[in-house]
Ligand binder design. Structure first.
Ligand code: GLN
Length: 475
């Protein structure tokens, strides 16, 4: 039996009936990594963890390279953090370890999570397991690819504007961005603190619920963590959507949407209707401004968060041979010039610009106001529907290099995912079909704050009645 191809819940059943041990599962997944990762390049580093994990949750997991893990090097796939060994575990890492989980390794990402293709990594790109000439999406592309390629049973990613859901869609796996405040950000290397959230990438919806049970919950070391009870998410796995109200925004099927993606999503809507859901049209009039708003708010926060990487405390330090300004200013400048990639520099410049005096009111303040309008659109829509449905991304996976020189077209990959981050609501991507080229297509649902259960219920019902999650890439 190929243990690496199983879901976590299937492996847990084998543990229970003593048909497999955590050592056997670990060995099989590691040999899968050995067999395919030279082509997929999902991992930037395997972990130093010795044990195979224990207990009921000894499931091998891939971790995005931006979550602090003690005894490991963590770099955000940036040269500037090479050699950084965090002295503590992130909140989610503690929870994984407490549950007996086995960290396999650290997954490739766009540098500091800036991107939608995993090409902006100092380690080079990850490749899409369904077509190795395509990108896996990003920025959690390594995490999504590791799960799709059976190089991890499940994975953690982070999502600031779509970085869990868009790669989940491109790689044909399930990806959930929880409600802002649901999962601790303690020890997550910050990109945009008001938007970042950690979440699961899994082979199916049941595994998504199981991993949420492990990672969700209050953490007083994250001041934005919310102290509300955590449900047992597996209780939400109900194969019944009768009477559930699904809103479909009329703005979603607009220009720029690939026709194969729109057909697959329309078919999914029909399927959900057949299963008893009530589908209605809603309007989110401010969502066309979401991408522009995001690139103001997110770059402003990123420029501030990245100021700490200057050669003093973390990772790379570049000293100059001859003094130009003062030794310390030279060190800051040379460390950042050498250590940061082009997209990181672009974000820092944009963010510094929108926060600078004279432009603050015109950009940052106005961006925050539009953010509120986008949130109000969603609040309004949720008054009479339980979930909102859109495509996850406007296209299937694109070719490696195709958008690398056109940042704007890359930014547009996130038109559908960004509103949930701006509003702080939970959102999930599940597979809903394949293009004629054989590339996965994803369906996105957004839910009310702290109602991940509704997302899981609708997706579980959809999954139980469709074959997409059972398909595997041919590697
Ligand atoms: N692709 C978006 C960006 O480049 C979102 C990234 C993310 O969610 N981390 O900012």
């Amino acid at each position: 039996m190929k243990l690496h191809s199983l879901t976590a819940h299937q492996i847990l059943d084998l543990y229970k009936s003593k048909q497999a041990s955590s050592e056997e599962v670990l060995k099989d997944v590691l040999s899968r990594i050995g067999a395919v990762d030279s082509r997929v390049r999902a991992y930037v580093r395997l972990s130093n963890q010795k044990s195979a994990g224990e207990g009921s949750a000894a499931i091998p997991i891939a971790i995005k390279d931006n979550m602090c893990t003690q005894g490991e090097e963590i770099t955000c796939s940036s040269k500037i953090l090479k050699g950084f060994h965090p002295p503590y575990d992130a909140g989610v890492i503690e929870r994984i370890k407490q549950n007996g989980g086995r960290i396999l390794g650290f997954a490739n990402m766009d540098e500091f999570a800036f991107g939608s293709s995993t090409e902006n990594s100092c380690y080079g790109p990850t490749y899409n397991p369904w077509d190795l000439t395509c990108v896996p999406g990003g920025s959690s592309g390594g995490s999504a690819a590791s799960v799709a390629a059976d190089e991890a049973v499940w994975a953690l990613g982070s999502d600031t504007g779509g970085s869990i859901r868009q790669p989940a869609s491109f790689c044909g796996v399930v990806g959930l961005k929880p409600t802002y405040g649901r999962v601790s950000r303690y020890g997550l290397i910050a990109f945009a603190s008001s938007l970042d959230q950690i979440g699961p990438l899994t082979k199916d919806v049941t595994d998504c619920a199981l991993l949420m049970n492990i990672i969700a919950g209050y953490d007083d070391r994250d001041s934005t963590s919310v102290n509300v009870p955590v449900p047992d998410y597996t209780k939400a796995l109900i194969n019944d959507v009768h009477g559930i109200k699904i809103g479909v925004p009329k703005e979603a099927f607009a220009e720029g949407l690939d026709s194969q993606v729109s057909q697959a999503v329309e078919a999914a809507i029909e399927q959900l209707k057949k299963l008893g859901a009530v589908v209605k049209e809603v309007s989110l009039p401010h969502t066309p401004y979401a991408v522009a708003t995001y690139y103001i708010v997110a770059t402003a926060e990123a420029s501030s968060n990245l100021a700490r990487f200057d050669g003093v405390r973390y990772g790379l330090r570049q000293l100059s041979a001859n003094v130009r300004k003062t030794p310390v200013i030279d060190m800051y400048e040379e460390t950042r010039a050498k250590g940061l990639g082009d997209e990181a520099k672009r974000r820092i410049m944009l963010g510094t610009y929108v926060l600078s005096s004279g432009y603050y009111d015109a950009y940052y303040l106005r961006g925050q106001k539009v953010r509120t309008l986008i949130k109000q659109d969603l609040d309004g829509a949720f008054k009479d529907c339980d979930v909102i449905l859109t495509p996850t991304a406007p296209t299937t996976a694109f070719k490696v290099g195709e958008k690398a020189s056109d940042p704007l077209s890359m930014y547009l990959s996130d038109v559908y995912t960004i509103p949930a981050n701006l509003a702080g609501v939970p959102s999930i991507s599940v597979p809903c079909g394949f293009s004629k080229e054989g590339l996965p297509i994803g369906l996105q649902l957004m839910g009310k704050a702290f109602d991940e259960e509704m997302l899981l219920r609708v997706c579980f019902s959809y999954e139980q009645n469709t074959p997409w999650h059972t398909k595997k890439p041919n590697l």
